[in-house]
Design a protein around this ligand. Structure first.
Ligand SMILES: NC(=O)c1ccc[n+]([C@@H]2O[C@H](COP(=O)([O-])OP(=O)(O)OC[C@H]3O[C@@H](n4cnc5c(N)ncnc54)[C@H](O)[C@@H]3O)[C@@H](O)[C@H]2O)c1
Length: 260
């Protein structure tokens, strides 16, 4: 396990699923973790459940990542309370599922708002603090859908391709200031997002949710549905000293699903 003692980590969308698992893993490695989420009550509960390994204390902020003022206020409050931000994990994300011919403008805006604009707003708010200290780690949660065709999720895929492009561009812009920017691209991860998608996909394809899930396993060479911890371990590596010369990477964490 990496040593993140003394580091302050901010994780968005950390009240559940992959983000919560990232928060736990970073806390286990010794970081003080600030759980940021739209759902303030769940964020509080997630923060309170984190292992107390850190010298500093964990915290939480209720924040909508699509709202610039809320994001800037959240970052100001975190820096005021914790003194700095060493690690930013832009993980909050949403999905809807639809054929392009039926896709609504609202769906498009919803997916791009959280998945893409949210990453931009948090990155922009946190960067000056990292720049001033000459170091920092940013890790965005993109998706396997951010690198390949993903029918029924074209809008979501487009929003995640944007995250990969933003990650690589930010990596070059921020490199002179000692700030690395990477993203992880998970596959089929067992979270509430997946539970919703199983139902939608089953309906759109005339299958049962179990049949869709079995297909996800067949499409994963390592032969199982991914756990959020699989992603959290990769994020923790990218946040650690072991990854100090890696930037602009989009790391597949899929059990091989991206290969098929
Ligand atoms: N589950 C998968 O199979 C999978 C695969 C690839 C990538 N991802 C990505 O992983 C990330 C986490 O997804 P998950 O599966 O854990 O989903 P999830 O629904 O379990 O968790 C998402 C979290 O983000 C929060 N959130 C949503 N909108 C927000 C907003 N506007 N502001 C702040 N917080 C907000 C939610 O409250 C929730 O706690 C997302 O970016 C998702 O696109 C998931």
């Amino acid at each position: 396990m990496s040593n993140l003692q003394g580091k302050v980590a901010v994780v968005t969308g950390a009240a559940s699923g992959i983000g919560k698992s990232i928060a736990v893993r970073l806390a286990q490695a010794g970081a003080a973790v600030v759980v940021c989420d739209l759902n303030g009550e769940a964020a509080r509960a997630a923060a309170e459940s984190l292992p107390a390994v850190a010298a500093g204390k964990h915290g939480f902020v209720a924040v909508d990542v699509t709202d610039k003022e809320q994001v800037q206020a959240a970052v100001r409050a975190i820096v005021a309370e914790h003194g700095a931000i060493d690690i930013l994990c832009n993980n909050a994300g949403v999905s809807t599922m639809n054929r392009i011919e039926d896709l609504t403008e609202q769906e498009w805006d919803f997916n791009f708002g959280v998945n893409t604009k949210g990453v931009f707003l948090f990155t922009q708010a946190v960067f000056p603090h990292m720049k001033a200290r000459g170091r920092g780690r940013m890790i965005n949660t993109a998706s396997m859908a951010g690198k390949r065709a993903t029918p029924l999720l074209a809008h979501y895929a487009a929003s995640k391709w944007a995250v990969v492009g933003f990650t690589k561009s930010a990596a070059v812009e921020f490199a002179p200031f000692g700030v690395t920017v990477n993203c992880v691209c998970p596959g089929f991860v067992k979270t509430s997002m997946q539970e919703r998608e199983l139902v939608w996909e089953a309906e759109l394809r005339g299958m049962t949710p179990q049949e869709v899930k079995d297909e996800y396993v067949r499409l994963t060479p390592l032969g199982r549905i991914q756990e959020p911890e699989d992603v959290a371990k990769a994020v923790c590596f990218l946040a650690s000293d072991e990854a100090d010369f890696i930037t602009g990477e989009a790391l597949d964490v899929t059990g091989g699903a991206h290969l098929l």
